[in-house]
Write a protein that binds this ligand. Sequence first.
Ligand SMILES: NC(=O)c1ccc[n+]([C@@H]2O[C@H](COP(=O)([O-])OP(=O)(O)OC[C@H]3O[C@@H](n4cnc5c(N)ncnc54)[C@H](O)[C@@H]3O)[C@@H](O)[C@H]2O)c1
Length: 344
Amino acid sequence: MSRKVRVGVIGLGIMGQTHLDVYSQMDNVELVAIADQDEARLFGAVQAQGNIQGQGQGQADLTRVQRFTDGYELIESAAVDLVDVCVGTHLHLAMAKAVLLKGYHLMVEKPVAKSHAQGLEMLALARASQSFVMLGMCLRYWPAWVCLRQAIDDKRYGSLKSLSCSRLASFPEGEFYNSCEQCGGAILDLHIHDVDFISHCLGRPSEVVSRGHIGRSGGLDHVHTQYTFAGEFKDAVVTAQGGWSMAQGYPFNMSYTANFEQATLGYELGDGEHLILYHGGVAQAVDLAAGMGYEHEIKHLVRAILSSQSTDFDSLHSAVDALAVVEAEALSIATGQLQQPLYG
Ligand SMILES: NC(=O)c1ccc[n+]([C@@H]2O[C@H](COP(=O)([O-])OP(=O)(O)OC[C@H]3O[C@@H](n4cnc5c(N)ncnc54)[C@H](O)[C@@H]3O)[C@@H](O)[C@H]2O)c1
């Protein structure tokens, strides 16, 4: 492979645009191709709008890239090493399969796929390939969430007693989000970030109890869940809520409160980003590394490809596990009963 990773990005909604901005700032990447069925997006006549300041700024110089109106054509004919799939979730599995069959490295946005069964299929395809496969679970790389994971792992403030995560927004609009068939509702599209992070840090939840309601997507657009764990975190009180049924104008807000034996960490991204450590009677702002999770995850991916690392299947598997957890949450809402996720 050339010293630079040659990248093609498929799907130029807010995520594709955000990834393009990141690639365009990297010396070890050559942006060679982009694809979107929507010519206005493909030729830059319209820019997608995101819910977090700093997403999709349209900073990439695209004057020399090849453009395709069909992502499959890009996969078939562009000279790339890595294909970054940022189309809607319902299209992830089929497109990921085409990328892996061509022998290219693969980045797929979250959620991995529309269902846990599809996620397991993706995992099997990844295992059968020689490619590096990465999923866009950006919170795992988001500086304030990396701090949380470190504090949980090294117990610098003692054991974790409770964790509550929240992610609320107004309805995102657009064809993809208006269709539960495509996006899976907020439970799959938005809340999955917290489900994934919780599973990534604390292991597989053994039981979930959820409440929620249907919203404009036609699917579950608000959910609140309590998670139970076996083993080390069996006494921790862990909850998450996520939804995009807030009134129009309500600003996107993500937050967590993590209470440890000797300290509390409080994080919020809304009007600015703040992580506060409450320890020994003092509240202290924690310095956070610059950049959003998207930047750090893509840098990690490119470094892994250039150093010929193989896929981290544990990481992939836990992202697929999160789909089983979301499905158990939906079942808990439908039945009004506690559910055990069915992991593969
Ligand atoms: N990591 C995050 O924080 C985050 C944030 C937003 C969205 N996402 C995920 O990113 C994905 C895309 O979301 P979005 O908001 O950008 O969606 P979107 O629908 O706005 O954009 C997807 C684009 O893909 C294009 N497309 C579809 N099929 C195509 C094909 N065969 N060939 C070429 N182009 C094709 C569409 O024309 C559209 O412009 C979703 O899975 C979503 O869940 C992740």
